[in-house]
Design a protein around this ligand. Sequence first.
Ligand SMILES: N[C@@H](CCOP(=O)(O)O)C(=O)O
Length: 501
Amino acid sequence: MKIQDFPDEIKNYLIPEHKGKLIYRCLKCSGEYSIENLLYTCPDCGQVLLIYDENFDLLKDIDGKTWHKIFDYRKMLKIPALKGIYLFHEFIGPVIPLDDIVYLGEGHTPVVEANKIMQEKAGIRFFFKNDGQNPSASFKDRGMASALSYINFLVKSSKISDVLAVCASTGDTSAAAALYASYLKPHIKSAVLLPHKKVTPQQLSQPLGSGASVFEIPGVFDDCMKVVENLAENYNVALLNSKNAWRILGQESYSYEIAQEFEYNMSDKVVVVPIGNAGNITAVMNGFIKFYNTGIIDTLPTIIGVQSEHANPVYKYYLEPDPEKRKFIPVTVRPSVAQAAMIGNPVSMPRVIMLVNHYNQTAGKQKVFFMEVSEQDIMDWELAANHNGHIACTHGGESLAGLVAARKMGIVQENETAIVDSTAHALKFAGFQEMYFENSFPREFGISPDPGLINKPVLMRPADLKKVPAPGKPLEDSDFQIFIQKVSEDIARKLNLKALK
Ligand SMILES: N[C@@H](CCOP(=O)(O)O)C(=O)O
């Protein structure tokens, strides 16, 4: 559909015109800094930053209903820059010219309703939002599209050149960073730091395949993160973890898409997200607040942040009901199947603390909750979901387990509808599925398989079959007929198939 065919009242808004005035603001001392330089922490007090639009109130000049039309009609345009997360350009990066936006197919991931069996099992109507269907197979692409679009803009406007982008990762961030950086060659290169043997083979293959410099570091993610922070403080590198506030802006698109998917009606909705470095829950809260403040949604959904018992610093912080007495204490993580969230000292914790307060205050009651789940429940719920038509990763299983726990505790009601975040593609974590099916989890995971969920391939090699085909060695006609006959009979026997009359 062409712009001239769209309703008159929105024609002028379809190509984003809002000229935002973005600044970094420190969460602690409220110091404000120009976005001309890449900053990750406050130069004065060292606290993390968020990006604010000083012209944000101008967005309120357009009423909520008109915004709905703008976003919904804009979705029909075929302009690459507006096809991904920048459909919501005014809210994500209103200083970035459309020509500088990097679009690799991220965003607008499917929202898939669980079947009846799963909804009955979970005790609530729910949908998975499959962020594993992003280009590098995780939600991190949203943040990278934003961070790398901004860096691209700085490069193109000759403010910086020859960028080396670095990140620490449990496997998803590195895949996304390497992918987006490789698209912007030769101006941008990337280096990723991974905890040795703590990312899956599939995740390790991703930055290698994109041509990034890959460093494996002894220890866990938190150790890698410290090295990256040190590199960013002492060398000329661009930090791509969610400590970089541009990442948060991009990940806010997750909330905007949920709002759009449910026709901007967020009443009785519950959004469930796993927490690792806490950039995601930060973005999700901030995104919904921005849509609420501009009248695009008129209710804030409930948000449930979920952590494994083996990596639960945020959950533990909120166990203390009295905000005055809460004290953040990093935890030492233990092996977790939700490996991408195996983080004991999330960099966005100060953002979470500020935004949870703000979110609940804006809603007028508690709307953000934190749940803790066992490793066993994570695997069982992931596999149950995948046995019922989903492609949930272990973090999707973690989210679902958290929703079920919240339902049991009465935090979530039967009449509500949940949107459960599957942050990555199941295939990235196939090794954990294999350990479950083989019952070979090391003791520290504390996982024993439910026999009803175990699945294994069966080798069909009938004992009385003399000849079988092999690669490059097909069977002669009559031997081949015997092979087909015997294997079919064996499969039919195993599956209790009845012969056609
Ligand atoms: N789960 C992350 C950890 C780093 O998170 P980030 O959002 O701060 O980059 C990963 O996949 O590496």
